[in-house]
Each structure stands twice: as structure tokens, then as C-alpha cells.
Design a protein around this ligand. Structure first.
Ligand code: COA
Length: 347
């Protein structure tokens, strides 16, 4: 840029420089588009090759199974049995590898994402952007958790207006809906989020929607305080969860990239177990609070003055949440325990 008034010859020189720069930009952009086309071709050929291999591996698996079961003549020797077992193990590894590879390849969105976003490609093409997206998801949850905490505190202790409660429930509906979309994108990018946690957010969206439509009255007021206290507690637990989950994320990333030489697999596992054992009592307390909410609502449903359908709907939703959360959390902890026992040196 020209900093002071200049003569015409200086302007011409500047223009020539800019022209050269412009040509370079055009060349770089042409190269970029060419590489993009190459990448698209590579993506298509990789996706095609994977689906062909998958099909063939499936056929081979069933043929091997048949060979093992039917013992065709001549009968299989122990060596052949061993080779078959080795092939089967290697097929399993290949299938896992394909899943990892596919996390970096564009794919068709599932039904939900197609309905919400249309058929747009949501696959992030490198590890750094995947990590950044996951990190942003955790931060988004944290920020909304703080808002939910403040909102439920205000409704619980400061103001008691049905309109404010409705606004609060609307915030929850929006929040859980957004989570389901973000989680869909995370799964497309190779996240191992268990199906239940996504389903849990669908059920929570439904529950908040039903709460939003529950008209003010004696029954609503009867449950209001318990519901708001539960929301307060849940946002507190969510805060602990954020600490644990973002800790796991950063440590796993450091391990994967091998940046932090102080961190070992054993170090990660011991941190994870400490975090988990601290978190679990709070989680289970929250799950039993969901059961308590559901029992309270079912008892209210038996009252003669109960006319609102929302009571039984919320009761059922809390029961589903309790069962799903409790069983899945137990399953996750058991799975981690088994992995820890079996393969202390691997993740
Ligand atoms: N919501 C969203 N994502 C979750 C999740 C949850 N509740 N639980 C686990 N995940 C994600 C992890 O971040 C990880 O993602 P990544 O593959 O992209 O890295 C993936 O699922 C696999 O996680 P996993 O190793 O199975 O579990 P974890 O160690 O990360 O977390 C728990 C285990 C038990 C702490 C966690 O599942 C949890 O907090 N569950 C309780 C939720 C709950 O009950 N909430 C209501 C409270 S009242």
C-alpha cells in the first residue's frame, strides 16, 4: 500500500507488483482446484474400494463359517482351523480399520441429518478440525449449562412466573435439539458416542416440549419446585462431566500426537479412572433423581384432580431416561473395566 502521496512512476511500479501478485494468486488457486479434483477422485476410489472389499469380506466370512460348520471332506486339519481363526481375526481388524478410514471420507448423511441439514457433506477432512469441532461441542454444552443453571436458579428462588418457566423449557427444547444435530455430525466424523446418549437427547427434547405445554395449575405447581431443583442439580453434574470429558479429549489428543512426552497410556488410564470414580456417585444420584421424578409424577397421575396428559407423559419420559442412563453408564464402566484388565497397555 502507498503510505504517502507518490509520483505516477511509483504508482505504475506498485501496479506492476500487484499484477505479479495477482498472477501468483491465480496460479495458486488453479493448483488448489486441481488438487481438490484429485482429492475428490481419490475419495471416490477409496470409498468404492472399501465397499467392494467389505462385500467380499462378508462373503468370505460366511464361506469360512460354512467350512468350519460342515466339515466338508476331507475334514479340516487343526492347522486349517488355526488359519481360519487367524483370517477371521484379521477380517475383524480390517473392518475396524475401514470404519476409521471412513471417518475421513465423505458419506451420505443419515435420515435425521438429511432431514435437518439436507444432503450436505459434514465430514471434516483432518484430525485437527475434528478435534476442534468436538472441543467446540463440549464448550457449547458448558456455556448452555451455565445459562441453564442461572435460569433454573432464577425460576426456583427469585421469580415464579409460568411465562418465565415456558421460556426456560423452550431453551431446553432448543438446546437438546441442537445437541442431537451436533452429535449426528460428530458420529459422521468417527466419534464413538453410544447410540443411547443421542437417543437420550431426543427423549429430553420430547420431555422439555411436554413440560412447555403443561398448563399452570395445582399439579404443575406441585411438581415445579422438584423439576427446577433437578435442573439445577443436572447442570451441576453437567459441569463435572465437562471437566472429565474435555480432560479425556485433551489427553487422548496429546497421546495420539505424541506431543506430550510425560503422558503415557497408563497415565491416561489412571487419570480416567480417578475422574470416573469421582464422577460416578454424582451421575448415579442424578439417575435416581430421574426415577424419583417419575415416581412422583405417576403418584400425581393417580390423584382424582389430575386431568393433564402431560403428567403421565413426563413420568414415562423420566422412567425411560432413568433406565437408559443407569444401564448405559453401568455398561460403559464395565466395558472400561474389562478393557483395563485385558489390555492395560492399549486404548
Ligand atoms: N453425551 C455425549 N457424548 C458422550 C457421552 C454423553 N453422555 N458419554 C460419552 N460420550 C462420548 C465421549 O466424549 C466419546 O466421544 P469421542 O469418541 O468423540 O471421543 C465417546 O462418547 C465414547 O465415550 P466413552 O469412552 O464410552 O465414555 P466416557 O469415558 O467419555 O464417558 C461417562 C463415560 C459415564 C462419564 C459418560 O458416558 C457420562 O457422563 N454418562 C452419563 C450421562 C448422564 O447420565 N447424564 C445425566 C446426568 S443426571
Amino acid at each position: 500500500m502507498l503510505s504517502s502521496p507518490a509520483g505516477v512512476s511509483e504508482c505504475f511500479r506498485e501496479w506492476e507488483d500487484l499484477e505479479k501478485d495477482y498472477q501468483q494468486i491465480l496460479d495458486t488457486h488453479r493448483l488448489y482446484k486441481q488438487k481438490l479434483e484429485e482429492v475428490t477422485k481419490l475419495q471416490n476410489s477409496c470409498s468404492g474400494a472399501i465397499s467392494r472389499q467389505r462385500k467380499k469380506l462378508k462373503e468370505l466370512t460366511s464361506s469360512l463359517e460354512k467350512c468350519k460348520k460342515k466339515h466338508p471332506t476331507p475334514k479340516l486339519s487343526p492347522e486349517e482351523f488355526e488359519s481360519i481363526a487367524e483370517i477371521q481375526e484379521s477380517i475383524k481388524d480390517k473392518k475396524d480399520n475401514f470404519l476409521e478410514m471412513e471417518a475421513f471420507l465423505p458419506k451420505k448423511n443419515g435420515l435425521y441429518l438429511s432431514l435437518v441439514l439436507g444432503n450436505v457433506n459434514v465430514t471434516l477432512l483432518n484430525k485437527l478440525s475434528k478435534f476442534a469441532y468436538k472441543d467446540e461441542y463440549e464448550k457449547f454444552k458448558l456455556i448452555v449449562t451455565v445459562i441453564v443453571f442461572l435460569f433454573s436458579f432464577t425460576c426456583n428462588f427469585l421469580f415464579s412466573y409460568r411465562a418465565l418457566d415456558a421460556l426456560f423449557n423452550f431453551l431446553l427444547v432448543w438446546y437438546y435439539c441442537t445437541l442431537t444435530i451436533r452429535e449426528g455430525i460428530l458420529i459422521s466424523n468417527g466419534s464413538r458416542i453410544k447410540g443411547w446418549w443421542v437417543l437420550h437427547h431426543y427423549v429430553s427434547t420430547f420431555l422439555s416440549g411436554v413440560m412447555l405445554t403443561w398448563p399452570d395449575g395445582d399439579l404443575y405447581q406441585m411438581f415445579r419446585q422438584q423439576f427446577l431443583s433437578y435442573c439445577l442439580y443436572q447442570s451441576f453434574v453437567q459441569f463435572l462431566q465437562y471437566y472429565y470429558q474435555s480432560g479425556c479429549l485433551y489427553r487422548l489428543r496429546a497421546l495420539g500426537e505424541g506431543h506430550n512426552m510425560d503422558l503415557t497410556v497408563e497415565g491416561f488410564q489412571s487419570w480416567m479412572w480417578r475422574g470416573l470414580t469421582f464422577l460416578l456417585p454424582f451421575l448415579f444420584f442424578g439417575h435416581f433423581w430421574q426415577l424419583y421424578n417419575s415416581i412422583t409424577l405417576f403418584k400425581m397421575f393417580q390423584l382424582q384432580e389430575c386431568k393433564e396428559w402431560q403428567v403421565v407423559m413426563c413420568g414415562c419420559s423420566y422412567l425411560v431416561l432413568f433406565m437408559g442412563n443407569f444401564l448405559t453408564t453401568l455398561g460403559v464402566v464395565y466395558q472400561k473395566y474389562i478393557i483395563n484388565q485385558d489390555k492395560p497397555k492399549s486404548l
